[in-house]
Design a protein around this ligand. Sequence first.
Ligand code: UD1
Ligand code: UDP
Length: 356
Amino acid sequence: MKILTVIGARPQFIKASVVSAAIKNTVGLNEEIIHTGQHFDANMSNIFFDQLGIPKPHYQLDINSGSHGSMTGRMLEAIEKICLESKPDRLMVYGDTNSTLAGALAAAKLHIPVAHIEAGLRSFNMRMPEEINRILTDQVSDILFCPTETAVKNLKNEGFDQKPIRVLNVGDVMQDSSMFFAERAVKGETLKAVPESNFIVATLHRAENTDDPMRLKAIVNALNYIHKNILPVVLPLHPRTQKVVKSLGLELEMLVLQPVGYLEMIWLLKHCNAVVSDSGGVQKEAFFFKKPCITMRDQTEWVELIENGVNILAGADTQNIINSTQAMLNKPIEDPFNLYGGGKASQNIANVLAGI
Ligand code: UD1
Ligand code: UDP
Protein backbone atom coordinates (compact mmCIF):
# COMPACT_ATOMS: atom_id res chain seq x y z
CA MET A 1 0.00 0.00 0.00
CA LYS A 2 1.34 3.39 -0.99
CA ILE A 3 0.72 6.11 1.61
CA LEU A 4 1.19 9.76 0.75
CA THR A 5 1.83 11.74 3.94
CA VAL A 6 1.50 15.51 4.22
CA ILE A 7 3.55 17.36 6.85
CA GLY A 8 4.58 20.99 7.08
CA ALA A 9 4.85 22.29 10.65
CA ARG A 10 7.25 21.62 13.53
CA PRO A 11 5.06 19.29 15.62
CA GLN A 12 4.25 17.24 12.51
CA PHE A 13 7.94 16.58 11.84
CA ILE A 14 8.30 15.27 15.39
CA LYS A 15 5.23 13.03 15.04
CA ALA A 16 6.35 11.80 11.61
CA SER A 17 9.72 10.76 13.07
CA VAL A 18 8.09 7.88 14.94
CA VAL A 19 5.18 7.08 12.61
CA SER A 20 7.34 6.99 9.47
CA ALA A 21 9.78 4.66 11.25
CA ALA A 22 6.91 2.30 12.15
CA ILE A 23 5.61 2.40 8.57
CA LYS A 24 9.09 1.60 7.25
CA ASN A 25 9.30 -1.42 9.55
CA THR A 26 5.90 -2.78 8.57
CA VAL A 27 5.65 -5.22 5.66
CA GLY A 28 3.34 -4.08 2.88
CA LEU A 29 3.57 -0.33 3.56
CA ASN A 30 5.41 2.21 1.48
CA GLU A 31 5.38 5.94 2.25
CA GLU A 32 6.04 9.09 0.24
CA ILE A 33 6.21 12.40 2.11
CA ILE A 34 5.08 15.86 1.00
CA HIS A 35 6.63 18.76 2.96
CA THR A 36 4.39 21.75 2.30
CA GLY A 37 7.06 24.19 3.49
CA GLN A 38 4.66 25.83 5.98
CA HIS A 39 7.58 25.97 8.43
CA PHE A 40 10.80 26.83 6.66
CA ASP A 41 13.47 28.34 8.95
CA ALA A 42 16.33 25.91 9.49
CA ASN A 43 15.52 25.65 13.21
CA MET A 44 11.79 25.12 12.51
CA SER A 45 12.26 22.44 9.84
CA ASN A 46 15.66 21.07 8.70
CA ILE A 47 16.93 20.57 12.23
CA PHE A 48 14.18 17.99 12.87
CA PHE A 49 14.99 16.04 9.71
CA ASP A 50 18.69 16.07 10.66
CA GLN A 51 18.18 15.16 14.34
CA LEU A 52 15.31 12.69 14.15
CA GLY A 53 16.04 10.61 11.05
CA ILE A 54 12.79 11.51 9.27
CA PRO A 55 12.85 10.27 5.64
CA LYS A 56 13.69 12.97 3.09
CA PRO A 57 10.45 14.33 1.58
CA HIS A 58 9.68 13.22 -1.98
CA TYR A 59 7.97 16.56 -2.60
CA GLN A 60 8.97 19.97 -1.23
CA LEU A 61 6.39 22.71 -1.85
CA ASP A 62 7.81 25.83 -0.16
CA ILE A 63 4.36 27.31 0.52
CA ASN A 64 4.35 29.49 3.63
CA SER A 65 3.46 32.80 5.23
CA GLY A 66 0.57 34.86 3.85
CA SER A 67 -3.06 34.55 4.89
CA HIS A 68 -4.84 31.33 5.82
CA GLY A 69 -6.82 31.31 2.56
CA SER A 70 -3.81 31.94 0.39
CA MET A 71 -1.63 29.34 2.13
CA THR A 72 -4.32 26.66 2.25
CA GLY A 73 -5.43 27.35 -1.33
CA ARG A 74 -1.93 27.14 -2.79
CA MET A 75 -1.27 23.92 -0.88
CA LEU A 76 -4.58 22.44 -2.06
CA GLU A 77 -3.70 23.03 -5.69
CA ALA A 78 -0.16 21.67 -5.34
CA ILE A 79 -1.16 18.56 -3.35
CA GLU A 80 -3.96 17.74 -5.81
CA LYS A 81 -1.41 17.75 -8.63
CA ILE A 82 0.89 15.40 -6.67
CA CYS A 83 -2.01 13.05 -5.85
CA LEU A 84 -2.86 12.80 -9.56
CA GLU A 85 0.77 12.01 -10.46
CA SER A 86 1.66 9.76 -7.54
CA LYS A 87 -1.66 7.83 -7.34
CA PRO A 88 -1.41 6.85 -3.65
CA ASP A 89 -3.72 4.25 -2.09
CA ARG A 90 -4.20 6.54 0.88
CA LEU A 91 -3.25 10.00 2.11
CA MET A 92 -2.28 10.61 5.73
CA VAL A 93 -2.29 13.86 7.71
CA TYR A 94 -1.45 14.90 11.28
CA GLY A 95 -3.13 17.33 13.63
CA ASP A 96 -4.79 20.62 12.79
CA THR A 97 -2.61 22.92 10.71
CA ASN A 98 -3.34 24.52 7.35
CA SER A 99 -1.15 21.79 5.77
CA THR A 100 -3.43 19.16 7.37
CA LEU A 101 -6.62 20.62 5.93
CA ALA A 102 -5.15 21.23 2.48
CA GLY A 103 -3.92 17.62 2.25
CA ALA A 104 -7.18 16.10 3.45
CA LEU A 105 -9.34 18.20 1.11
CA ALA A 106 -7.17 17.57 -1.95
CA ALA A 107 -7.30 13.80 -1.46
CA ALA A 108 -10.98 13.54 -0.47
CA LYS A 109 -12.09 15.38 -3.63
CA LEU A 110 -10.13 12.83 -5.69
CA HIS A 111 -11.74 9.94 -3.73
CA ILE A 112 -8.42 9.00 -2.18
CA PRO A 113 -9.12 7.73 1.39
CA VAL A 114 -7.71 9.92 4.15
CA ALA A 115 -6.28 8.82 7.51
CA HIS A 116 -6.19 11.51 10.19
CA ILE A 117 -3.74 11.15 13.06
CA GLU A 118 -4.79 13.08 16.21
CA ALA A 119 -8.43 12.98 15.16
CA GLY A 120 -11.32 13.95 17.42
CA LEU A 121 -9.60 16.65 19.46
CA ARG A 122 -11.78 19.66 20.17
CA SER A 123 -11.35 22.95 22.01
CA PHE A 124 -14.94 23.99 21.17
CA ASN A 125 -13.56 27.39 20.19
CA MET A 126 -14.34 28.05 16.53
CA ARG A 127 -12.23 31.21 16.55
CA MET A 128 -9.13 29.02 16.55
CA PRO A 129 -7.91 28.20 13.03
CA GLU A 130 -6.86 24.80 14.38
CA GLU A 131 -10.44 23.96 15.45
CA ILE A 132 -11.75 24.66 11.94
CA ASN A 133 -8.94 22.64 10.35
CA ARG A 134 -9.43 19.57 12.53
CA ILE A 135 -13.23 19.49 12.32
CA LEU A 136 -13.14 19.66 8.52
CA THR A 137 -10.32 17.12 8.30
CA ASP A 138 -12.24 14.65 10.48
CA GLN A 139 -15.29 15.10 8.23
CA VAL A 140 -13.45 13.98 5.07
CA SER A 141 -11.37 11.16 6.61
CA ASP A 142 -12.26 7.46 6.68
CA ILE A 143 -9.81 6.35 9.37
CA LEU A 144 -9.73 8.53 12.46
CA PHE A 145 -6.72 7.70 14.65
CA CYS A 146 -7.65 9.20 18.03
CA PRO A 147 -5.00 9.82 20.72
CA THR A 148 -7.36 9.62 23.71
CA GLU A 149 -10.72 8.29 24.88
CA THR A 150 -11.90 11.93 25.08
CA ALA A 151 -11.26 12.30 21.35
CA VAL A 152 -13.30 9.14 20.65
CA LYS A 153 -16.15 10.52 22.76
CA ASN A 154 -16.04 13.87 20.97
CA LEU A 155 -16.48 12.09 17.64
CA LYS A 156 -19.28 9.95 19.01
CA ASN A 157 -21.07 13.11 20.17
CA GLU A 158 -20.80 14.41 16.61
CA GLY A 159 -22.39 11.23 15.25
CA PHE A 160 -19.26 9.62 13.81
CA ASP A 161 -20.23 6.23 15.30
CA GLN A 162 -23.14 6.18 12.82
CA LYS A 163 -20.82 6.55 9.81
CA PRO A 164 -19.18 3.74 7.82
CA ILE A 165 -15.68 4.77 8.90
CA ARG A 166 -13.18 3.63 11.51
CA VAL A 167 -12.69 5.57 14.76
CA LEU A 168 -9.82 4.04 16.76
CA ASN A 169 -8.08 5.04 19.97
CA VAL A 170 -4.48 4.12 19.10
CA GLY A 171 -2.78 6.33 21.71
CA ASP A 172 -0.78 9.49 21.27
CA VAL A 173 2.20 9.46 18.88
CA MET A 174 3.85 12.25 20.91
CA GLN A 175 4.27 9.86 23.81
CA ASP A 176 6.12 7.56 21.43
CA SER A 177 8.49 10.34 20.34
CA SER A 178 9.04 11.55 23.91
CA MET A 179 9.90 8.03 25.07
CA PHE A 180 12.09 7.24 22.07
CA PHE A 181 14.13 10.44 22.17
CA ALA A 182 14.29 10.86 25.99
CA GLU A 183 17.65 9.11 26.23
CA ARG A 184 19.08 11.08 23.30
CA ALA A 185 18.39 14.52 24.82
CA VAL A 186 21.36 16.88 24.64
CA LYS A 187 22.14 20.24 26.21
CA GLY A 188 24.32 21.32 23.30
CA GLU A 189 25.76 24.66 22.25
CA THR A 190 22.36 26.37 21.77
CA LEU A 191 21.52 25.85 25.47
CA LYS A 192 24.86 26.98 26.88
CA ALA A 193 23.29 29.97 28.69
CA VAL A 194 20.68 27.74 30.37
CA PRO A 195 21.30 26.72 34.01
CA GLU A 196 21.69 22.99 34.76
CA SER A 197 18.55 23.04 36.95
CA ASN A 198 16.02 25.27 38.70
CA PHE A 199 14.39 27.01 35.78
CA ILE A 200 11.03 27.17 34.02
CA VAL A 201 10.56 26.44 30.29
CA ALA A 202 8.06 28.60 28.43
CA THR A 203 6.74 28.53 24.87
CA LEU A 204 4.36 31.00 23.27
CA HIS A 205 3.04 31.04 19.71
CA ARG A 206 -0.72 30.51 19.51
CA ALA A 207 -2.53 32.99 17.26
CA GLU A 208 -5.13 33.65 19.97
CA ASN A 209 -2.27 35.05 22.12
CA THR A 210 0.14 36.56 19.59
CA ASP A 211 -2.52 38.29 17.50
CA ASP A 212 -4.20 40.01 20.47
CA PRO A 213 -1.88 42.73 21.85
CA MET A 214 -3.70 42.82 25.20
CA ARG A 215 -3.28 39.09 25.74
CA LEU A 216 0.32 39.13 24.53
CA LYS A 217 1.27 42.04 26.82
CA ALA A 218 -0.39 40.36 29.82
CA ILE A 219 1.54 37.12 29.12
CA VAL A 220 4.86 38.91 28.66
CA ASN A 221 4.32 40.77 31.95
CA ALA A 222 3.64 37.47 33.72
CA LEU A 223 6.71 35.74 32.27
CA ASN A 224 8.93 38.74 33.10
CA TYR A 225 7.61 38.73 36.69
CA ILE A 226 8.12 34.97 37.11
CA HIS A 227 11.68 35.29 35.74
CA LYS A 228 12.60 38.05 38.18
CA ASN A 229 10.74 36.84 41.28
CA ILE A 230 10.18 33.07 41.13
CA LEU A 231 12.61 31.14 38.88
CA PRO A 232 14.56 31.95 35.68
CA VAL A 233 12.36 31.50 32.60
CA VAL A 234 13.86 30.01 29.41
CA LEU A 235 11.83 30.93 26.32
CA PRO A 236 12.71 29.41 22.93
CA LEU A 237 10.75 31.87 20.82
CA HIS A 238 8.62 30.91 17.81
CA PRO A 239 9.28 33.19 14.78
CA ARG A 240 5.63 34.24 14.74
CA THR A 241 5.94 35.62 18.28
CA GLN A 242 9.37 37.09 17.60
CA LYS A 243 7.85 39.22 14.81
CA VAL A 244 4.91 40.48 16.89
CA VAL A 245 7.02 41.20 19.97
CA LYS A 246 9.33 43.29 17.80
CA SER A 247 6.51 45.19 16.12
CA LEU A 248 4.84 46.01 19.46
CA GLY A 249 8.18 46.94 21.05
CA LEU A 250 7.62 44.57 24.00
CA GLU A 251 10.53 43.98 26.34
CA LEU A 252 11.34 40.35 27.07
CA GLU A 253 13.38 40.13 30.27
CA MET A 254 13.66 36.34 30.48
CA LEU A 255 16.30 34.15 28.75
CA VAL A 256 15.12 34.23 25.14
CA LEU A 257 16.49 31.64 22.70
CA GLN A 258 15.95 30.97 19.02
CA PRO A 259 13.66 27.93 18.52
CA VAL A 260 15.64 24.86 19.58
CA GLY A 261 15.90 21.34 18.14
CA TYR A 262 13.80 18.54 19.61
CA LEU A 263 16.73 16.91 21.43
CA GLU A 264 17.48 20.24 23.14
CA MET A 265 13.78 20.77 23.87
CA ILE A 266 13.61 17.36 25.54
CA TRP A 267 16.67 18.30 27.60
CA LEU A 268 14.88 21.45 28.77
CA LEU A 269 11.73 19.48 29.63
CA LYS A 270 13.72 16.87 31.57
CA HIS A 271 15.68 19.39 33.62
CA CYS A 272 13.16 22.17 34.28
CA ASN A 273 10.95 22.58 37.36
CA ALA A 274 7.78 23.53 35.48
CA VAL A 275 6.41 24.40 32.05
CA VAL A 276 4.41 27.50 31.11
CA SER A 277 3.06 27.25 27.56
CA ASP A 278 0.26 27.70 25.06
CA SER A 279 1.46 24.80 22.89
CA GLY A 280 -0.61 21.66 22.38
CA GLY A 281 2.34 19.28 22.24
CA VAL A 282 4.33 20.83 25.06
CA GLN A 283 1.42 20.39 27.53
CA LYS A 284 1.65 16.63 27.10
CA GLU A 285 5.44 16.54 27.05
CA ALA A 286 5.46 18.32 30.43
CA PHE A 287 3.36 15.43 31.75
CA PHE A 288 5.54 12.75 30.08
CA PHE A 289 8.56 14.24 31.86
CA LYS A 290 6.60 14.59 35.11
CA LYS A 291 6.59 18.39 35.22
CA PRO A 292 3.60 20.57 36.19
CA CYS A 293 2.20 22.67 33.34
CA ILE A 294 0.57 26.08 33.41
CA THR A 295 -1.33 26.57 30.15
CA MET A 296 -1.80 30.10 28.87
CA ARG A 297 -5.06 29.39 27.09
CA ASP A 298 -8.77 29.45 27.93
CA GLN A 299 -9.40 25.89 26.74
CA THR A 300 -7.33 22.82 26.04
CA GLU A 301 -7.91 19.75 23.88
CA TRP A 302 -5.98 17.69 26.48
CA VAL A 303 -8.66 17.80 29.16
CA GLU A 304 -7.37 14.64 30.90
CA LEU A 305 -4.39 16.67 32.13
CA ILE A 306 -6.64 19.25 33.77
CA GLU A 307 -8.91 16.58 35.26
CA ASN A 308 -5.89 14.87 36.84
CA GLY A 309 -4.55 18.13 38.28
CA VAL A 310 -1.22 18.06 36.42
CA ASN A 311 -2.06 21.02 34.19
CA ILE A 312 -3.93 24.23 34.94
CA LEU A 313 -5.60 26.68 32.55
CA ALA A 314 -4.42 30.19 33.38
CA GLY A 315 -5.68 32.05 30.30
CA ALA A 316 -3.82 35.24 29.42
CA ASP A 317 -4.28 36.97 32.76
CA THR A 318 -1.02 38.20 34.33
CA GLN A 319 -1.95 37.53 37.94
CA ASN A 320 -3.57 34.21 37.16
CA ILE A 321 -0.45 32.98 35.32
CA ILE A 322 1.77 34.06 38.24
CA ASN A 323 -0.51 32.55 40.92
CA SER A 324 -0.94 29.31 38.96
CA THR A 325 2.83 29.01 38.55
CA GLN A 326 3.37 29.49 42.27
CA ALA A 327 0.65 26.95 43.07
CA MET A 328 1.85 24.28 40.62
CA LEU A 329 5.61 24.66 40.99
CA ASN A 330 6.37 21.94 43.53
CA LYS A 331 3.53 19.66 42.66
CA PRO A 332 4.67 16.03 42.24
CA ILE A 333 3.47 14.64 38.89
CA GLU A 334 2.78 10.94 38.45
CA ASP A 335 1.40 8.98 35.53
CA PRO A 336 -0.48 6.03 36.95
CA PHE A 337 -3.24 6.64 34.44
CA ASN A 338 -1.75 5.58 31.09
CA LEU A 339 -3.72 8.43 29.53
CA TYR A 340 -1.91 8.39 26.20
CA GLY A 341 -1.37 4.75 25.34
CA GLY A 342 2.12 4.17 26.72
CA GLY A 343 4.20 4.67 23.55
CA LYS A 344 2.68 2.18 21.13
CA ALA A 345 0.63 4.56 18.97
CA SER A 346 2.91 4.58 15.90
CA GLN A 347 3.03 0.81 15.58
CA ASN A 348 -0.73 0.61 16.21
CA ILE A 349 -1.25 3.02 13.32
CA ALA A 350 1.10 1.11 10.99
CA ASN A 351 -0.64 -2.17 11.85
CA VAL A 352 -4.07 -0.75 11.03
CA LEU A 353 -2.79 0.69 7.74
CA ALA A 354 -1.26 -2.67 6.83
CA GLY A 355 -4.47 -4.49 7.75
CA ILE A 356 -2.69 -6.52 10.45
C1 UD1 B 1 1.13 26.68 12.91
C2 UD1 B 1 -0.23 26.04 13.17
C3 UD1 B 1 -0.42 25.85 14.65
C4 UD1 B 1 0.73 25.08 15.27
C5 UD1 B 1 2.06 25.73 14.89
C6 UD1 B 1 3.19 24.86 15.37
C7 UD1 B 1 -1.92 26.69 11.48
C8 UD1 B 1 -3.17 27.45 11.26
N1 UD1 B 1 -1.32 26.88 12.69
O1 UD1 B 1 1.10 27.95 13.50
O2 UD1 B 1 -1.60 25.13 14.89
O3 UD1 B 1 0.58 25.09 16.66
O4 UD1 B 1 2.14 25.87 13.47
O5 UD1 B 1 4.36 25.58 15.56
O6 UD1 B 1 -1.51 25.93 10.64
N2 UD1 B 1 7.31 31.66 10.34
C9 UD1 B 1 8.65 31.92 10.12
N3 UD1 B 1 9.47 30.82 10.01
C10 UD1 B 1 9.03 29.55 10.11
C11 UD1 B 1 7.68 29.33 10.36
C12 UD1 B 1 6.82 30.40 10.48
O7 UD1 B 1 9.08 33.05 10.00
O8 UD1 B 1 9.84 28.62 9.96
C13 UD1 B 1 6.38 32.82 10.38
C14 UD1 B 1 5.48 32.78 9.13
O9 UD1 B 1 6.09 33.42 8.07
C15 UD1 B 1 4.25 33.47 9.61
C16 UD1 B 1 4.21 33.12 11.09
O10 UD1 B 1 5.50 32.68 11.46
O11 UD1 B 1 4.37 34.85 9.47
C17 UD1 B 1 3.17 32.07 11.40
O12 UD1 B 1 3.44 30.86 10.70
P1 UD1 B 1 2.26 29.84 10.32
O13 UD1 B 1 2.85 28.61 9.77
O14 UD1 B 1 1.22 30.54 9.54
O15 UD1 B 1 1.56 29.53 11.69
P2 UD1 B 1 2.14 29.08 13.10
O16 UD1 B 1 1.92 30.17 14.06
O17 UD1 B 1 3.50 28.54 12.96
N1 UDP C 1 9.58 22.23 20.21
C1 UDP C 1 10.89 22.18 19.79
N2 UDP C 1 11.65 23.33 19.88
C2 UDP C 1 11.15 24.50 20.36
C3 UDP C 1 9.79 24.52 20.79
C4 UDP C 1 9.03 23.38 20.69
O1 UDP C 1 11.37 21.14 19.35
O2 UDP C 1 11.88 25.49 20.39
C5 UDP C 1 8.75 21.01 20.10
C6 UDP C 1 8.01 20.62 21.34
O3 UDP C 1 8.83 19.87 22.20
C7 UDP C 1 6.85 19.81 20.78
C8 UDP C 1 6.56 20.50 19.49
O4 UDP C 1 7.72 21.27 19.17
O5 UDP C 1 7.25 18.47 20.50
C9 UDP C 1 5.37 21.38 19.66
O6 UDP C 1 5.27 22.27 18.64
P1 UDP C 1 4.52 23.66 18.76
O7 UDP C 1 4.47 24.11 20.17
O8 UDP C 1 5.16 24.53 17.76
O9 UDP C 1 3.06 23.30 18.20
P2 UDP C 1 1.72 22.74 18.81
O10 UDP C 1 2.01 21.47 19.51
O11 UDP C 1 1.15 23.80 19.70
O12 UDP C 1 0.86 22.59 17.60
